[in-house]
Write a protein that binds this ligand. Structure first.
Ligand code: DON
Length: 303
């Protein structure tokens, strides 16, 4: 089946919405993103990929990278990860610090920034190169050797990332980091600053639709681990808007402040959408609207 018509229709429906959101500017380098960019891709479990709009245009994947760091940390190190990070929705913004003190430096889940810093720390300990592990995985799964780190975005965030630095130091004070704060932050900013397109991310996320199997047929995760990542994506992947995302889209998904969202259709494929205008929770406005339109038209959902 050629899914391009479905994508065109979903994007057209999304464009009819009056909301456009705002491009993230708290990382100054991201403020240069084109607010009118809009692309969408579907990849199927057998590795076919279809796209519409700016689906081949690379963008800053930001928190979409957290899905891959989690998968790689679990693949490399197993369940020990969960002693340092929870898996409950936080009900707070992605960069919030408020729960960390009452919860003894153990972040609620791996997708809020504090939790992602813990996952990056563990992946760094396990591999010696967290950003290299994520970049290598994305290149291998997408077949695109040009997936890389935009150093100007990483250094722009490093100069303005006071909240992430505060969280990392705070968690270190509870003994919940295995590496020096500066190394953890550097790897975290770098994997967030990876640039990839909807096409690349849809292909790279397929292991979650294939219940843990990579593009080359090897197993990254057990079926059960893949199920668990999808579950945490559904409950926590879009932060304090995860309930609304489940209500509208009905799929596990991970958003990023670059405007990307990668959603998983277990057993069927993945959908990646990109549009830089964000809502108050940091999720792409047109991205959520297009996924809503697609799943509503097709009935594709985990429910
Ligand atoms: O740490 C940050 O704030 C960014 N590097 C990533 C945040 C992000 O993408 C949140 N997602 N919507």
């Amino acid at each position: 089946m050629d899914y391009r018509v479905l994508l065109d229709d979903a994007m057209e429906t999304a464009r009819r919405s009056p909301e456009r959101g705002r491009v993230a500017d708290y990382i100054p380098a991201l403020a240069q993103a084109d607010p009118t960019a809009f692309g969408m891709a579907i990849a199927t479990v057998d590795g076919e990929v279809f796209g519409a709009g700016d689906w081949r245009h690379p963008f800053s994947i930001q928190s979409v990278s957290k899905l891959f760091t989690l998968a790689l940390a679990l693949a490399e190190g197993g369940d020990g990860l969960w002693s340092g990070v929870g898996r409950e929705p936080s009900g707070n913004p992605f960069n919030s610090l408020v729960q960390l003190e009452t919860e003894q430096g153990i972040p609620r889940n791996p997708f809020i920034n504090a939790g992602a810093l813990i996952v990056t720390d563990r992946l760094l300990k396990l591999t010696g190169d967290a950003v290299g592990a994520v970049r290598g995985f994305l290149r291998a799964e997408s077949g695109n050797p040009e997936v890389g780190v935009d150093d100007s975005v990483a250094s722009s965030e490093a100069r303005h990332g006071h909240r992430n630095a505060a969280m990392a130091h705070f968690m270190a004070s509870y003994g919940n980091l295995r590496n020096p704060v500066d190394s953890v932050l550097a790897h975290y900013y770098a994997h967030c600053a990876i640039t990839a397109s909807c096409r690349d991310l849809a292909l790279a996320g397929l292991f979650l639709a294939r219940h843990g199997i990579r593009a080359d047929g090897s197993r990254l995760l057990s079926r059960s681990e893949a199920k668990r990542i999808n579950a945490v994506l559904l409950t926590c992947g879009t932060y304090d808007a995860a309930g609304e995302f489940a209500y509208r889209v009905g799929l596990p998904g991970k958003s990023g402040v670059g405007g990307g969202i990668l959603a998983v259709l277990p057993g069927r494929g993945t959908v990646c959408v990109w549009s830089p205008g964000l809502d108050a929770a940091g999720n792409s406005v047109l991205g959520v609207a297009a996924l809503d339109a697609l799943t509503t038209a097709t009935g594709w959902s985990v429910f």
